[in-house]
Design a protein around this ligand. Sequence first.
Ligand code: RIB
Length: 296
Amino acid sequence: MTRVLVVGSVNMDLVVEAERYPRLGETLFGKRFASYPGGKGANQAVAAARLGAQVTLLGCVGRDMFGSQLKETLQGEGVDIGRLRETDVATGLATITLAEGDNAIVVVPGANHELLPQHLNQDEQAFRDADVVLAQMEVPLATVERAAELAQRHGKPFLLNPAPAHPLPPSLLERTALLTPNEHELAQALDERGGDWQALMRKLPGRVAMTRGKDGAYFCRADGSLHHQPGFVVSAVDTTGAGDTFNGALAAFWPQGLEAAMALACAAAALSVTRAGAQSGMPTLAALQQMLKEQA
Ligand code: RIB
């Protein structure tokens, strides 16, 4: 059982479905509203836990209704929240509009931005206990940097999903065993304007796996050649959380080697889009194995 330590955000997702995106200044009627547990950190923690990993989440929620609901959900998924902090700042929130087969998200970080580097120092034991450390960019950059430092200090691979997109300091990139951006996030991470995505990947040989939606994912090997893991064909209901499922799965299957882990992670991500809500469609290990058997 892989021991995965996730350092990241916990949000409540308020999801509205509409025929199309509203124009600036326009009011539209939506078709449906629902709230779902979300946040890239929590989503990735749940994805890894459903796939059989032993997961600890370092994050922060508010002492409010959403905070209590989200803690309960995480506990129900078997994620260890013993080190999850609480604050008087409101729990993180994401408003998500689903339209035209895609999503548009506005995140209010709230309590997520109260997770500070010194809190990770206090939880250093969690880094000692982990096999893999996984982080994203919905908590402060300084906290992500400390997570990378602590992972390095304890000799643990540090996986960074650089979402939402953000330029990354070279020292953070150096400590990252694997960066998992989409095309836009990689350009931002490297602070590059434009440029061919394959050329950008070759700037981090052996250390970048890019997600490409339906096309699956690419890994840039140490020699600069690209490994392509094709995507799996499914009928998508809600793509929110597909990237998170990929990342959680990658961490859970890390000991199997990267190319094998990528195949499993792409399959898990495909299954995750078949239900509404970031976490609802994330597969269990049994569901993933069943899908792979059917597709073989
Ligand atoms: O990656 C999807 C997640 O991004 C959503 O669950 C939302 O909370 C935002 O953080």
